[in-house]
Design a protein around this ligand. Structure first.
Ligand SMILES: *[C@@H]1O[C@H](CO)[C@@H](O)[C@H](O)[C@H]1NC(C)=O
Ligand SMILES: *[C@@H]1O[C@H](CO)[C@@H](O)[C@H](O)[C@H]1NC(C)=O
Ligand SMILES: *[C@@H]1O[C@H](CO)[C@@H](O)[C@H](O)[C@H]1NC(C)=O
Ligand SMILES: *[C@@H]1O[C@H](CO)[C@@H](O)[C@H](O)[C@H]1NC(C)=O
Ligand SMILES: *[C@@H]1O[C@H](CO)[C@@H](O)[C@H](O)[C@H]1NC(C)=O
Length: 467
């Protein structure tokens, strides 16, 4: 009998039983709604949620729980001491519940469902009477998509409970990974002397399965080392401030809500905080973009040649299209698309940049600006040195090189500024003076040239390197 049944089950083809399965409706009953987020601080990789503390214990669905860093769940307030905290995973058992299963005597053309009793939900073992098989109850392991439930099957839930002492309002705080933000920039450059413009958008992403409604949000920029999965201590951000912000935002003005906008950045202990002045919602798997500030920027264009010195010989190459950007205010890290005279010319990722600080970046080669370098070894001497009377002897080579640099601007119409930098490896590097054009900075030799259209320029320098 048993082997017959087994053979029979193996013979069953996986049938699509669409339609019938549709009544497995998805209703979620949660006592605490974690879709409505009172006060959210959004970072580049996660968000801290601060909400009024509801009834204890706090219940989370497994869907929410997957996005929450469980060791970050805590209570915050100006004067609150958590004396005990527990996290419990619970699921109502389905064992002994009535279910429907696809009958083992179904054929390819006819699918029958019959009433059964769940014996072991871990194995999907059910008990049923199928007259086509036997008059006695039979046991068999059903495929999970061959089991139908007459009610929403119970889901695993997570319960967090606290005991605490307080003299102040208490709120719940936790980190969730499915909410993050970054800045998106667009840098527009123009010919002639029209000033460059930089526009910034806050790109807020809800990576979760459900829509979230946010009552009040702050975007935080700067070098923040919060991690979603890490064992290290997590310190909640200024909780008192969070509460004040929540109170203020709940004072609420009537009338149609104006469009949310991102405020000016405010510096708080090395981080920048941008407040969003209105409640807003983000659908599941959606990016929500809000305009941010428009900093005043200055952008210098130049062709950059930055290379390493590899000894005597000839090398040539092309300069890089480079920019030196500075803004009148802090720029938080983000991707930046660059347009020149309304044409897309490249893309870069900007780091966090302090106000008035200069950031240099290159976006690709400029085929019109080429360089040639001819380096010759002028002299070389080797000496034995000892660091201590008993120490091992080390040989030192002092080499003097002469470098002839030739630059050419093939642009028919435009002059260019070229910034040259030769990086030399060595225990010490010394540029031979005097040299009108080249300067030394650390172990790098630098010079700046302006080349008119079609102009070729040559210049040379000598340096000594000790290896
Ligand atoms: C949660 O903690 C409170 C004490 O703070 C206690 O009274 C209550 O029974 C606890 N609930 C659960 C489900 O453990
Ligand atoms: C919390 O703990 C601190 C330090 O032990 C104590 O001074 C404070 O009074 C406590 N607060 C409450 C509300 O119990
Ligand atoms: C490089 O310079 C050396 C010495 O000045 C010269 O003999 C040689 O022809 C030069 N090579 C090239 C490719 O210009
Ligand atoms: C340095 O020492 C090596 C052996 O240790 C020796 O062969 C060489 O001649 C020495 N050179 C000088 C310049 O003294
Ligand atoms: C480039 O050359 C053209 C024709 O010679 C001229 O009309 C134009 O103004 C020039 N552009 C620049 C940027 O100098």
């Amino acid at each position: 009998m048993k082997s017959f049944l087994l053979l029979y089950l193996v013979a069953i083809h996986t049938l699509s039983i669409n339609g019938l399965l549709d009544f497995k409706k998805k209703t979620q009953v949660t006592t605490t709604d974690h879709r409505v987020l009172a006060n959210v601080k959004i970072y580049s990789n996660l968000a801290e949620v601060i909400q009024p503390l509801g009834l204890l214990p706090i219940e989370f669905s497994s869907e929410d729980w997957n996005d929450i860093r469980s060791d970050s769940i805590t209570l915050v307030g100006t004067d609150v001491n958590v004396t005990q905290q527990s996290i419990t995973e619970k699921k109502k058992s389905l064992n002994n519940a009535q279910v429907y299963v696809r009958s083992p005597s179904s054929s390819n053309t006819e699918t029958k469902f019959i009433k059964a009793t769940m014996i072991d939900e871990k194995r999907n073992l059910v008990k049923l009477i199928d007259k086509d098989v036997s008059k006695e109850p039979i046991f068999f392991t059903a495929q999970s998509d061959h089991i139908l439930y007459d009610a929403d099957p119970p889901q695993t839930k997570y319960y967090v409970n606290f005991t605490y002492d307080t003299n102040s309002p208490v709120e719940l705080s936790y980190l969730r990974s499915n909410l993050n933000w970054k800045t998106r920039y667009q840098l527009n450059l123009f010919e002639n002397s029209k000033p460059a413009t930089l526009s910034a958008m806050a790109d807020i992403r809800n990576d979760g399965q459900s829509r979230v409604d946010i009552e009040s949000a702050e975007l935080l920029g700067g070098d923040i080392n919060l991690q979603m999965y890490q064992r290290s201590q997590y310190m909640p951000m200024s909780a008192a401030k969070g509460y004040a912000a929540y109170e203020a935002d709940n004072a609420g003005a009537p009338g149609p809500p104006p469009k949310p906008s991102v405020g000016e950045g405010e510096e708080i202990s090395g981080l920048y905080v941008f407040s969003i002045n209105q409640p807003f919602s983000i659908d599941a798997r959606t990016n929500y973009l809000l305009p941010m500030f428009r900093p005043r920027v200055t952008v210098e264009r130049y062709a950059s040649i930055s290379k390493y010195f590899y000894g005597a010989g000839n090398v040539n190459g092309k300069a890089e299209r480079s920019y030196r950007l500075s803004a009148d205010r802090f720029l938080s890290r983000g991707n930046c698309v660059i347009r020149e005279s309304d044409r897309l010319v490249g893309e870069t990722s900007l780091p966090d940049i302090a106000a008035k600080n200069k950031h240099e970046f290159s976006i690709g080669q400029d085929a019109d600006i080429v360089y040639k370098e001819n380096s010759t070894l002028v002299s070389s001497t080797t000496s034995n040195v000892t660091s201590s009377p008993y120490g091992p002897k080390q040989s030192r080579t002092h080499s003097t090189y002469e470098v002839v640099l030739t630059l050419k601007n093939y642009k028919k119409n435009r002059s260019v500024k070229v910034e040259y930098q030769q990086n030399v490896y060595g225990q010490s590097v010394k540029l031979t003076k005097p040299n009108a054009l080249f300067t030394q900075e650390g172990s790098a030799i630098k010079a700046t040239f302006t080349l008119a259209s079609d102009e070729e320029k040559s210049a040379s320098y000598k340096f000594e390197v000790v290896n």
